[in-house]
Design a protein around this ligand. Structure first.
Ligand SMILES: [Mg+2]
Length: 266
C-alpha cells in the first residue's frame, strides 16, 4: 500500500535539505488544476499559482510543468516564468529560455493523425457526450459526459481507427479520455529526462506529481526520486499518494516551507 505523503515527511525533508538542487515536475489537470468537463474551463487556483511562484523563487529549485495539453495552452494557463514546460504529453518542449522544440517524428505523423481524427470525428458525432479535442500533434477523445453504456463502443472505435493507421499511432487511455498520439515519440518521461539532463541532475534529485496513466511514464524515470500519484494509488508505482488537487497544493506549500526554511540553501 502506497503511503500518504504526510507519512513520508521525514524522508522528504531529508531529501529537500540534502540536495543542493532539485527538479520538481508537475502534471496540470487533476494535479494542479481541478478536473473539469471541458478542457477550456480548467484554471490554476490562485493559491496554487502563488506557491508555485514561491517555489520557483527558491534557490536550487526548478519546476517543470508536463501536461497533455498543447504547449501554448499550458504556457497560457500556468503563465509562470523561469520554469520548464512540456505539452502534448512530452511531444513539445520549452526550456528555461522559452524556446520550443518538437519531438523528432511527431510532425511526420501529422497527416496520418489528421486522417484518423477526421474519421473518428465523423463516427463520434453519433454518440452524445463525446467530443474531440484537436491538439495538433495529438488529439483527445473526451467522453466524460457520455452514457457509460457507450464506453465500450467508444473504445472499440478508437482502437479500430488507430489500428487502421498501421503502427504509426497509438491510443492511450486516461481519465474518461482517449489520447491518440504518434508511436515511439517522446512521452512525459522523455521530457522529464531531457530537463534532468539539461540541469545535469540525477533522477535521485527529481520529483514528479501526476494523476493519470501518462504520468507513469514520468514515474518510470525516477526509480530513486520522489513520485506522487494523485488519487487512489492502488496498483501504481508511486512512492507516495496524494488525495486530490487540494492535497497537492498542501504538499507544495509544505515543500516550499521545508526548503525555504533552511538557511543553508539560501
Ligand atoms: Mg492529469
Amino acid at each position: 500500500m502506497t503511503p500518504h505523503w504526510s507519512e513520508q515527511r521525514g524522508a522528504l525533508k531529508a531529501w529537500l535539505l540534502t540536495n543542493l538542487r532539485v527538479l520538481i515536475g508537475c502534471d496540470f489537470d487533476g494535479t494542479l488544476a481541478p478536473l473539469v468537463d471541458f478542457a477550456g474551463d480548467a484554471c490554476l487556483p490562485a493559491a496554487t499559482r502563488a506557491v508555485l511562484q514561491r517555489l520557483i523563487s527558491l534557490k536550487g529549485v526548478t519546476l517543470a510543468f508536463i501536461s497533455g495539453r498543447p504547449l501554448d495552452d499550458l504556457l497560457l494557463r500556468v503563465g509562470l516564468a523561469g520554469a520548464f514546460y512540456a505539452g502534448n504529453h512530452g511531444l513539445e518542449i520549452a526550456g528555461l529560455d522559452g524556446k520550443a522544440i518538437v519531438a523528432p517524428g511527431a510532425v511526420d505523423s501529422m497527416p496520418m493523425l489528421r486522417a484518423v481524427k477526421t474519421e473518428l470525428t465523423r463516427q463520434m458525432a453519433q454518440l452524445a457526450g463525446v467530443w474531440i479535442e484537436d491538439k495538433e500533434l495529438t488529439f483527445s477523445v473526451h467522453y466524460r459526459l457520455a452514457d457509460p453504456a457507450c464506453h465500450a463502443e467508444i473504445e472499440e472505435r478508437v482502437r479500430q481507427g488507430v489500428a487502421e493507421a498501421g503502427s504509426s499511432l497509438v491510443a492511450r487511455s486516461g481519465k474518461l479520455v482517449w489520447e491518440i498520439r504518434p508511436a515511439n515519440a517522446w512521452d512525459k518521461g522523455a521530457a522529464l529526462r531531457l530537463f534532468m539532463q539539461h540541469l545535469q541532475l540525477p533522477s535521485s534529485a527529481a520529483a514528479f506529481i501526476g494523476d493519470d496513466t501518462t504520468d507513469r511514464d514520468a514515474f518510470r524515470e525516477l526509480p530513486d526520486g520522489w513520485t506522487f500519484y494523485v488519487g487512489d494509488g492502488a496498483g501504481t508505482d508511486s512512492r507516495a499518494n496524494l488525495r486530490d488537487v487540494e492535497d497537492c497544493a498542501e504538499l507544495l506549500e509544505w515543500i516550499a516551507d521545508a526548503r525555504g526554511g533552511s538557511p543553508a540553501l539560501h
